[in-house]
Design a protein around this ligand. Structure first.
Ligand SMILES: Cc1cc2nc3c(=O)[nH]c(=O)nc-3n(C[C@H](O)[C@H](O)[C@H](O)COP(=O)(O)O)c2cc1C
Length: 360
């Protein structure tokens, strides 16, 4: 049910308020140097602990590797890891059992999986499930790095606040600038305003969404499969696995519709050693395949569903229209915590395609 991939086969397991959440993956080559500290560092970037602007749930997310490593290297078999769910409070969810939260998965999930399904904390629809994506994504990142491919993501906007930076900056400089603030945005002035926007929404019992930009450099020309398993298709499929993602576009994306061919086409140039493009409206993809230019895309994330304001819903037992106030501890904005998750799914999509095409 919750599986991805043909060459890499990944399955998420667990549930928000069960004993743990985690991931199983088959298909990574043997001998990949996987440092548990490296995976933990990625998990820490997702964790709300120590973030002023995140939920006050205390999710420590200590990595436990169950199988698949020998002396810090993948053994070529199944890799499995999990983290325990340590901060569970069921009461707020028990109270909402028959009154689905607007904007969350409660309503269709109850219909689909029935009365007995454990939807506490959002069940399998919880943002906690992205722990497994981050764990598997760090293995994929290791594999890509060994082949000179780097993946990063940044907060582009929160609410109405847009970040802007020199588009010519290299990935390393952007990562460094983005690492200096809790928002994951390389623009420090915008990051401060974004923080304000989140704090203001939280004070109003409300939430905000935003846009995350993903990038990858060093892609071998031709990576990707024509038609159904294009780079766009694989990245989009995994990006939509991130709860709260409502849109994605690549390169000039939806703006392309308003451009002329003469404006949109990226001219090819010989730079003395290789064929490059002088612009990158294609976002590094033509025909579903990598052009060798940076992969660039943006993911739209909706404002968090669970807000502390009265909202209309239906009591499913009595069929009465009622008002609820969602209590519990929620992220006023998902975006900053989802940055590392976007990196993880991008790494997984590229590793899948790289392995399939014989590039890795
Ligand atoms: C890292 C992360 C944290 C999240 N935290 C919350 C939260 O605290 N409250 C909430 O209502 N939704 C949260 N979500 C989003 C919901 O899980 C998501 O909106 C819900 O499952 C419905 O799925 P959909 O928005 O993709 O339709 C989070 C998502 C992510 C990726």
């Amino acid at each position: 049910m919750m599986s991805f991939g043909k060459r890499l086969r990944l399955t998420l397991f667990g549930t928000s308020h069960g004993p743990y959440v985690g991931v199983e993956v088959e298909g990574f080559p043997a001998g990949l140097a996987v440092d548990a500290a490296m995976i933990q560092a990625e998990l820490d970037r997702r964790s709300p602990v120590g973030r002023a602007l995140a939920t006050r749930r205390h999710e420590e997310d200590r990595l436990v590797i169950d199988e698949g490593l020998v002396d810090g290297r993948t053994d070529g078999g199944r890799f499995r890891a999990h983290v325990a769910n340590t901060d569970i409070r069921r009461e707020p969810y028990d109270r909402l059992r028959y009154t689905p939260r607007p904007g969350h998965a409660d309503f269709p999930a109850r219909h689909r999986f029935g009365e007995e399904a454990d939807l506490s904390g959002g069940g399998i629809f919880s943002g906690r499930m992205t722990v497994g994506l981050v764990i598997a994504g760090s293995l994929a990142r290791r594999l890509l790095r060994d082949h000179g491919i780097e993946v990063a993501a940044f907060t582009r906007s929160i609410g109405h606040v847009d970040g802007s930076w020199d588009e010519a900056l290299g990935l390393r400089e952007l990562v460094e600038a983005a690492g200096a603030n809790e928002l994951g945005c390389p623009d420090p002035v915008a990051a401060a305003a974004m923080g304000e926007a989140i704090a203001t929404a939280r004070r109003a019992g409300d939430s905000v969404g935003g846009i995350i930009e993903g990038q990858a450099t060093g892609l071998p020309v031709g990576l990707g499969e024509p038609f159904f398993d294009s780079i766009e298709s694989e990245v989009a499929q995994l990006a939509f696995a991130i709860p709260g993602v409502k849109g994605i576009d690549f390169g000039a994306g939806f703006r392309s519709a308003r451009m002329r061919g003469s404006e949109h086409n990226d001219p090819f140039v010989w730079d003395g050693s290789t064929v490059r493009t002088s612009t990158n409206h294609a976002g590094g993809i033509l025909g579903g395949l990598a052009t060798g230019a940076a992969l660039v895309f943006r993911v739209a994330i909706k404002p968090t569903a669970s807000i502390a304001r009265p909202q209309g819903t239906v009591d499913l037992r009595t069929k009465a229209n009622v008002e609820i106030v969602v209590t519990g501890r929620h992220d006023p904005c998902i975006v900053p915590r989802a940055v590392v998750v976007v990196e993880a799914v991008t790494s997984l999509a590229l590793a899948e395609l790289g392995l399939r095409g014989g590039f890795l």
